[in-house]
Design a binder for this molecule. Sequence first.
Ligand code: WTA
Length: 648
Amino acid sequence: MEDYIKSIMKEARVFYPPKSFSNKAHIKNIKEYERLYKQSIKNPEKFWAEQAKQLEWFKKWDTVLRNEKNFFKWFEGGKLNVCYNCLDKNIKSGKKEKIALIWEPESGKGKTYTYGQLLKEVCKFANALKKKGVKKGKVVQIYLAMIPELLISMLACARLGAIHSVVFSGFSADSLKDRILDSKSEFLITSDGSFRNGKVCPIKDNADAAIKACPSIKSIIVVKRTNNKIKMKKNRDYWFHELIENEKDFCKAEHMDSEDPLFILYTSGSTGKPKGVLHTQAGYLLYAQQTFKYIFDIRDDDIYFCTADIGWITGHSYIVYGPLANSATTIMYEGAPMYPKPDRFWNIVDKYKVTIFYTAPTAIRALAKEGDKWPNKSNLSSLRLLGTVGEPINPEAWLWYYKVIGKEKCPIVDTWWQTETGGILITPLPGAIPLKPGSATKPFFGIVADIFKENGSKAKVNEGGYLVIKKPWPGMLRTVWNNPKKYKKTYFEKFNVYLTGDSAKIDEDGYFWIMGRLDDVIKVSGHRMGTAEIESSLVSHKSVAEAAVVPFPHKIKGQAIYAFVILKKGNQKSESLKEELKKHVGKTVGPIAKPDKIQFADDLPKTRSGKIMRRMLKAIAEGSSEFGNVSTLADPEVIKKLQEERIL
Ligand code: WTA
C-alpha cells in the first residue's frame, strides 16, 4: 500500500472542472461547497430536516435524530413509502411519460419503461406478492440477475413494506443458503436461468439446492428468462408471468415508519459469516436521493448508466433508489462488460446517448488493456460526467478514463463509500471540487470524516490511520440483522464513532486518500469478499486441514486471492488438486472468490498462542520481506520455506 500511496502522490496534477460544466452545476465552485458544507456540519439535524422536505411524507416526523447508545434513529414519527417516492411522486409532478428505466439485455434488443409503465408493473407484482402472503415486515429473498424484474421486485417489496434481501446472482447455492438461513425469509424470487457471456447460468438449480436446507421458504416465484428446462415444484414454485397476468395495476403504498426496515444486504466482514446490513426507510432514501442529485449533478435530460450489479450496494443506491427518487433515467445492463466484444459499454453509451457513466476501477483497467480502438469506435460525445467506485483507482487508469473516455472534458467523481454507509460519503462534487487523480477528495454534506491513530488521537496531515466518521448521517446502517452486538463491536467499539475499516490520510489541502482495508476484507474486481469465507470454503474440502487467504496486488482486479493450504495427511500436493480446490471455492462461494494462486504449505507462521500471522503471509504473497515485528513468531524457519516456495 505504501508504494501505491507513493505512486499516487507523484501524480501531483490538479484537474479543474470545465467552466461550461460548473456554470450549469448544482454546486458551482469550491467556495459554494465550503459554505454549504460548513453549514451542514454545524447543525446536521437542521440541514437534513431541511433536505427531507424534498421527499413526500404521509406524516411529518417528530424528531430528526435520536441516539440510543450508537443505534441511530432518523425522522422518527414520520411516515412515508419509498416506492411511492420513487414512482408515484414523479408521476404526480408530470413525469409519467418520462423513461425511468432502459434495460439492455445481453442480446441487445432493449426495452424501456416510463415512470407510468413501471408503476403499473410494480403494482401488479405487489398485488401478486400480497396474495402469496408477503406483507409489511416479511423478508423476501431475491436471487436474480440484471433483468427488469429485479428492480420491479425490489420496488414491489418497498411498496408493501416487505424487506427485500437481494443476493448477487453470481453467488453459489451455499452462499444463498447461508443468507436465507440468516434472514429466515419465507419467499424467494429467482429465474429459470440468467445470461452471462452468452451462456445460460442455471440459477434456479442453485436455488433448488440452496433451499433444501432452508425450511423457512414457502414460495418461490420464478421469472422466465432463458427458457431452459427446470423443475417446478407444485404448490411451492410459481411463474412470475402467470402470477401477474390478471392482477390489477394499482396497489396502495403502505404507510411506513421512517425506521421500519427497507432492506437487508449481506456483506463480507472479517468473520466467516456475512453480515446482514440493515437499512431503513426515510434516512436511506433521503441520503440516496441527495447524494445522487449533487454528486452526479443530475438534470432532467440526463441518461445515466451505472454498470454495477444490483446484487451489490452500488446497484441498490445508484441504479434503483437514487436515480428513481430524482426522476432520472437509469440504464440497467444485463451482461458482461466484454460481451460480445470489449466495446459493449461504449456501444451502450453511444446507443442511448449516455451522459453520466459510473463504473469500477477494475472495469476501467480491464477495458484500457484492450486498447483505445474499442472506445474509439463509438461516439462518446454525449458523456459529460464520469464516476468510479469500489476500490482505489490508480492514476494510470484515472488518466486513461479521463482522456480516452471523457475526452478531457468530463469531471471524474471518485466516490468512496460502503454497503454500510448506504450512499457516497467522500467524493468530489463535479462542478466545484478540483480533482487529484487517486483521491476521493472531500466529504459530502453532513459528513464529518477524520483519521484517527491507534490511540484515538487525530492523525497529522499526510499521516495514515483509521478512517472514521464522527457524526451520524441518515444513510448509515442501523444494525446488523439479528446481531446488534456485532454492529456495536464492529463499528463503534474501538473509538465510539463509526469505524469504516479503511485506512486513509488527509493531505495539506484537506483531500482524502483511501489506502485500503485494515481488516480481512479483500476487494476482488471491486467485489467485497471476506478472507474467512474463502478459508472456510477451502477447509470444507476433504483434503484440506488448514487454510489462510490473503490479498495480493493484481494489475486488473486491483486485488486477487492468494491461498496458503495445508493438506490433511495422505494427500498428494499436485497441480490437479489445486485446480480442484479452485473449483471447490467457485462452487461453494461463487466464481469471483476463486483463488488466483494456491501454495501448499507444511506449516503457517503463527504466534506462540497459535494465531496465524496474516501480515507475514501477505508480505510473502506480495514477494516482500518487510515483515515488521517478528518477535512473537513461534518458528522463524516456517517463513523461509514459504518464501522459497512462493507462487510467482
Ligand atoms: C472500498 C462499495 C477507494 C473501501 C460501495 C470500502 C473504495 C469498501 C472506494 C466498501 C473508493 C469503495 N476508493 N476504496 N472510491 N469505494 N472502496 O461495501 O475499502 O462493497 O471500505 O461498497 O470498498 O465496499 P462495499
